[in-house]
Design a protein around this ligand. Structure first.
Ligand code: SF4
Length: 415
């Protein structure tokens, strides 16, 4: 088993592979469209984002579904299979957080490798193999290991994730500790943490998730928490190796996972800055760089706009491990009955919907769904995170129509 952070045989290092060849991409585009496109979603969008059939109104958010980073990652994964028809192709974890997309790649015999820790499969890679790095990126020592084994790398890391890496590497160079607002168990944050060590691998990081974590950190900065209590709270998983709060909480640069809730991340930045001002009477030991990506921001903004109009329920469609989707659920839950569903099959009936709660388990909910009573007029809002394909939205729209007695042909006849 190998999880070494240091490359031992750089002589074998291979260059990244560019699979973006015009003839390949033309075929990929057709295949991707065939798998994930939806004519019904396009019709509703062309209709101003909402459609009323009988007493049922379906409303889509102005922005939802695949973002540019996800589209690019999927295209490159499909292209890899076309360019390397006969090679073993591996993928670090999942290409994005959507089971439907990951199943398609698995059907193409693209094999998922562990993403939390490397195992012997990484040791067994050869220079005849190809490894895809997903849209979230991967920790530096994973990539170094793959290079050491001589395998080819198709890197689909989103440019917005790489922006965060550049920022935390700058913090490391300047001797600032990166405080990363993100999920310690999320692929992107693991990768960002590895980059926060910097080129010299002597940088430091602390990962925080909640406002309660932030207040605890602020208490430490103001001198109200001991080093021991600080370390006991965050443990090894959330700090860089050898982290010593006495040394490493003096100069702080805040960055965030690209898919966090914008309002929360801004509040975290504000609170930490204030704690440093209280301690130092100045801001020279504080830096911040907002790294929420444009796609996440647009989807959150579009939902806020959608919520200005009255709706009866909101369905948020997406993979349960998708961070940006989870935040859409949180926003919806503040305003109206909101259901987090992985696909249309979760809508059992008008009375029962299988919902993934933010405590991380599926539950059958029958509260509020009585408002879907066939005889009453209802408005159903639908949105989706950046990793959800339109064909899953279409299936959700059609399922609602079916349960409310609307014929599919009526939807298809929309002009
Ligand atoms: S959600 Fe943002 S960071 Fe993630 S792939 Fe999409 S654009 Fe890139």
């Amino acid at each position: 088993m190998s999880d070494s952070p240091v490359s031992k045989n750089p002589a074998k290092k291979r260059k990244r592979i560019n699979v973006r060849k015009p003839d390949v991409m033309a075929k990929v585009e057709a295949e991707v469209e065939g798998h994930y496109k939806s004519s019904i979603v396009e019709k509703i969008r062309a209709n101003g984002g909402s459609v009323t059939l009988g007493n049922t109104t379906i409303k889509l958010a102005k922005q939802f579904g695949f973002c540019y980073g996800v589209e690019r990652a999927i295209d490159l994964a499909y292209a890899s299979r076309k360019v390397f028809e006969d090679k073993n192709i591996y993928l670090i974890g999942e290409i994005i957080h959507n089971p439907e997309v990951n199943r398609q790649l698995s059907d193409m015999n693209i094999v998922s490798l562990p993403w939390e820790q490397m195992d012997e499969q990484y040791d067994a890679l050869t220079d005849d193999d190809v490894v895809i790095v997903p849209a979230f990126g991967a920790p530096t020592h994973f990539v170094e290991k793959i290079e050491e084994r001589g395998a080819g790398i198709v890197d689909t890391t989103c440019g917005d994730v790489m922006k965060v890496w550049r920022r935390v590497k700058t913090y490391a160079k300047q001797g600032f500790t990166s405080v990363i607002h993100g999920k310690a168990g999320h692929e992107e944050t693991l990768a960002t943490a590895s980059h926060a060590l910097g080129v010299e691998k002597n940088g430091n990081y602390l990962i925080i998730l909640t406002l309660a974590d932030t207040d605890f950190v602020c208490d430490y900065i103001r001198g109200n928490v001991s080093d021991e209590v600080f370390m006991a709270k965050f443990g090894e998983k959330n700090v860089s190796p050898g982290f010593d709060p006495k040394l490493h909480m003096n100069q702080i640069g805040v960055a965030n996972q690209t898919t966090m809730l914008k309002s929360e991340t801004e509040e975290i930045q504000r609170r930490i800055q204030q704690a440093i001002v209280d301690r130092d009477s100045g801001v020279e030991n504080f830096q911040v760089f907002d790294t929420i990506c444009g796609a996440t921001q647009e989807r959150q903004d579009a939902l806020f706009e959608m919520l200005e109009d009255k709706m009866d329920i909101l369905l948020v469609v997406g993979g349960y491990n998708s961070s940006n989707t989870t935040h859409l659920v949180e926003i919806g839950e503040e305003e109206l009955p909101t259901f987090f569903i992985r696909n249309a099959e979760c809508i059992d009936s008008l009375e029962q919907i299988v919902h993934y709660d933010l405590e991380k388990k599926e539950e059958i909910r029958s509260d509020y769904t009585s408002i879907l009573d066939k005889d009453a007029a209802v408005t159903v809002g639908i949105t989706a995170g950046a990793s959800c394909p339109n064909n899953l939205i279409e299936a959700t729209v059609l399922r609602i129509c079916e349960l409310r007695g609307i014929d599919k042909s009526q939807m298809l006849e929309l002009t």
